[in-house]
Design a protein around this ligand. Structure first.
Ligand SMILES: Nc1ncnc2c1ncn2[C@@H]1O[C@H](COP(=O)(O)OP(=O)(O)OP(=O)(O)O)[C@@H](O)[C@H]1O
Length: 336
């Protein structure tokens, strides 16, 4: 049973159709990204999931149960909600803001305090410095982290995020996104995230739903939208950032075959050093970054070793990895 299911959701504002006949399923632990140009209906769709907006027709099922079968407040307690404007309470300290929902739920004060400290520390807001501060004393990025800590505080199984990194400059945004991806708290969560940033979508999504004028243009894993676009809108939407997205959509395991010379008897056993092997599930983008950090330098290029046996290892550099990536793209496109 999917954790979230949307069935034929439609919403009009007057005669304007904001969302038209949208359906999707999100399995437990997966992330769906709602992507599309401004005004395409992303926020309206997200807010139908926690009943901040009621659909004209269609239904939302949470763990198989109709969202309308329980009071909206109870439904929302099981779903964290993170928005761009953060919405911190100005007269509450950081710690009080994070603790709002667990307190409402009647969790024991000592447990709430410990959990708040742990979350702040994990989100790089050392509690000894930040717990007693007020929202106006924080930067935009720090406020967004507090917003995220607040959404995670009661450990809800589902998190809805609306442009959660929207107010940040691109560099801070990329680094917060990385921390976000690595948060152990989020690994088990079912998430629906709204963004208009295609790179963000490709970094975070298991599935992307691309919308235009309230209608689904394509729903699928990131690489399917890139390699097998359903129509010209999808093709054009990704055209400008094609390479950056391909680097995020393909993983090291996709190019392994291309790193192997024809006729080589042994399969590749590892890439990288024994102490720091590269993960075969890392994106090519992340692999290139890790390669840059390699302490081994051959002919002025950072290098890692591709091992096929105890005694045989070949060097891998940015150039050889990019060449293999190019061949893998052509192969995947022709398999289309
Ligand atoms: N409360 C409302 N009353 C009237 N029209 C609305 C309301 N909320 C949204 N709309 C309209 O519905 C459409 C979809 O809006 P929505 O906020 O869902 O888009 P979005 O994709 O999230 O946009 P953005 O990326 O700019 O936030 C827009 O045309 C918007 O003007």
């Amino acid at each position: 049973m999917p954790a979230i299911e949307a069935r034929n959701l439609t919403k009009h504002y007057g005669s304007h159709a904001a969302v038209q006949d949208v359906s999707f399923r999100v399995e437990a632990g997966q992330t769906l990204v709602l992507l599309g140009p401004s005004g395409c209906g992303k926020t309206t769709l997200l807010r139908m999931l926690n009943r901040l907006v009621e659909p004209d027709s269609g239904a939302v099922l949470i763990n198989g149960q109709d969202a309308r079968s329980q009071p909206a407040e109870r439904l929302r307690r099981g779903m964290g909600y993170v928005i761009q404007q953060v919405g911190l309470l100005p007269h509450y300290t950081v710690a009080e803001n994070v603790a709002v929902v667990p307190r409402l739920l009647g969790h024991a004060p000592a447990i709430v305090a410990a959990r708040t400290e742990e979350l702040l520390a994990r989100l790089h807001l050392p509690p000894e410095r930040f717990a007693g501060q007020y929202p106006h004393q924080l930067s935009g990025g720090q406020q967004q982290r507090v917003g995220l800590a607040r959404a995670l505080a009661a450990d809800p199984p589902i998190i809805l995020l609306d442009e959660p990194f929207g107010a940040l400059d691109p560099i801070t945004r990329a680094s917060i996104r990385r921390e976000f991806r690595e948060l152990p708290e989020l690994r088990r969560k079912t998430m629906v995230l709204v963004t208009h940033d295609v790179t963000e979508a490709f970094e975070l999504a298991d599935q992307i739903m691309l919308l235009d004028a309230g209608r689904v243009q394509q729903l699928g894993p990131p690489r399917a939208l890139l390699l097998r676009p359903a129509n010209n809108f999808v093709r054009r939407f990704f055209a400008a950032e094609q390479l950056a997205l391909q680097l995020r959509a393909l993983r090291l395991e996709d190019v392994l075959a291309e790193l192997q010379p024809a006729g080589e008897a042994h399969a590749i056993s590892s890439i990288g050093s024994d102490t720091k092997p590269l993960s075969s599930t890392a994106s090519i983008h992340d692999t290139l970054e890790q390669l840059s950090d390699s302490p081994t330098v051959v002919s002025g290029e950072p290098t890692v070793w591709v091992r096929v046996s105890e005694t045989t290892a070949r060097p891998l550099t940015h150039a050889t990895l990019m060449a293999a990536f190019g061949r893998a793209l052509r192969r995947l496109a022709s398999e289309g």
